[in-house]
Write a protein that binds this ligand. Sequence first.
Ligand code: SF4
Ligand code: NI
Ligand code: NI
Length: 708
Amino acid sequence: MLINRIFSGNDAVYGLTEKAVNDAVQQHGADKAVGFPHTAYCLPCYYAVTGVKIKTLGELQAALSVVKSLMTREHALEDALMSGVATALCAEFIEALKYLDGAEPYQEPCYGHLPDSIIRELGVPLVTGDIPGVAVILGSAPTAQEGVDLIKSYQAQGILVTLVGGIIDQAQELGLKMGYNLRIVPLGKDVTSVIHVVSVALRAALIFGNVTPGDAASLLTYTKDRVPAFVNAFKPVDDVILAAGAGAIKLGFPVISNEDENIAEVPGALIACPNVADFNKVSLEARGIKIKITKVDIPVAFASAFEGEIIRRKDMRVEFDGSRVDCVELVQTKEMNEVEDHKITVVGPEVDSFEPGSKHSLAYVVEVAGKKMQPDFEPVIERKFHNYINCIEGVYHTGQRDMFRIRISNDAFAAGFRARHFGEVLYTQVKNEFEAVVDKCQVTVYTDPAECTRIRHEVAIPTFDKRDARLETLTDESVDVYYSCILCQAFSPSHVCVVTPERLGLCGAVSWLDAKATNELDPNGPCQIITKERPIDVNLGSYEDVDEAVKKYSQGALEHVTLYSIMQDPMTSCGCFECICGIEPFSNGVVIANREYAGMTPLGMTFSEMASMTGGGVQTPGFMGHGKHFISSKKFMKAEGGIERIVWMPKELKETVAERLNRTAKELYGIDNFTDMVGDETVATDPEVLVAFLTEHNHPALSMDPMM
Ligand code: SF4
Ligand code: NI
Ligand code: NI
């Protein structure tokens, strides 16, 4: 019965797809281009499963027979599941047709196709468990309230929720705030739009897992073992939804449904759950997802899902703005007897006495003590404050140190949120995350403007200056050890980052100090000490110690890694790099593109296309993923001549790194305003115009040796 229904759903979808594709060919011709925007993988699902890139309607038409070949009709569960995969591919074809001629078929709040850059952004939060899973909710809940409650229950756990069908209208009806930044992503109202989340899972396998396109067996193993997704399907589950669900099951994603008619359970895969209120629990259990729970004693929610929430001016109760008045956040190491654990003090008036909509000073000083605490960990802890404060529902934080801005929303204020709760949040989170080094912690929150001025100028700025001076002296030569990071192995099984003072992890989130602290906090954890006692070639940054370490931590996949070369044994990339640089042969230089840049580069490739050539933990000479901060490092491609090789960057990235990059160029080569010589998209996106620009500006790369 179940199997027959899957077959019939699959047949129905195939029929529709065949007709739609044939009609499109008739209307537009076989040579018409087809594909999704901002992806290097054409029709990603079809490409991942078969290894073939579909670029035209003619190729799409030809691919129908491949899909048909998956639709075997032996009466076995396996045939039914493969028919599920065929159904998914059909859905992708139908969705691709919506994007013909650069159309934008999805309107707010729906997203439709998701770009490659989102998958790369998901890398780190998925490995850290910050995003513990991905929920796919399909259909209409029995009542809008039950639907919204379910969505919110996942959101509160940090789970990324995608929505398909009637649930989107239900969420809108109840005014639920949605969007990728809140981890609630309405895909589309047609059932075929579910393919856009499947596409994310399959691209993750290609991007992080180094799965060869067309190796369907490895692909399915990857999604099953490493992509923590599951489906919640509301009744009525018709044959088409059932066929799509079979595809999900084949990928290893369990389907949980309140459907009670004509459905046979498949243990661990298709699970009946009559009560929608139990979906959350049953789903997490079925997918083996564990949630880190942080109980913070505040009157609003606290969850990583609120990290990206933005509070607009009209919605804010008060604002603390470090660019206008004295604001500062600071961690200070104290002696054990100077700290009273969990003491929270507010110095100055509470938020109640502030005019609604007004701007104020704010300072919070977190004093910590512990036998294993080191002043080097202060900035590591302090840098987490942005994340901690942002996770408060209805509170928004940007910036750091004495240049932060915080807004408290009207809703959060109405719920009872006050300045002292900053202390509560900081205390709880610091104790949770840094328990290995912080034995005692107390927080003082200052709202008194004179006190904020005093703390900022007399306490904090001198501390920051001292820390900056220390960072200046931290070079690869001045330290005795480097660190490995293998956090990303959850998705990229052979990838190892080697983190040095002058080369941070490619995700941009792990500096040498962070790695050092991580090692201290969890000695058997992802960051291990790498000695540097046996150099092979200092200019390349190759060491026997480093080679040994990467061999060990990559389980033998890597033999040699250099720290400073993009050509010889370059460091691998997992896939979640902030930037990627690739050689530009006409100018002897390199082009850098950042993840946010969606346009074309002079290499004739977009960021996504460059990125698809590296990643997955393999070495690809000529291409290298890296953090933004690394661009101004004296060690950037040092073996090939260093930052002088940079010939092109997107304008926005160039502006972000200009100050530091120009300082390095001045120091290393005596060049003033180096970034003026570097091209960007307003100058050129093709190599000839770029070379003309570089020639005109006398760019040093032009007279350097060719790189290959
Ligand atoms: Fe992943 Fe490397 Fe960042 Fe570690 S340092 S989280 S391995 S990208
Ligand atoms: Ni990664
Ligand atoms: Ni990474």
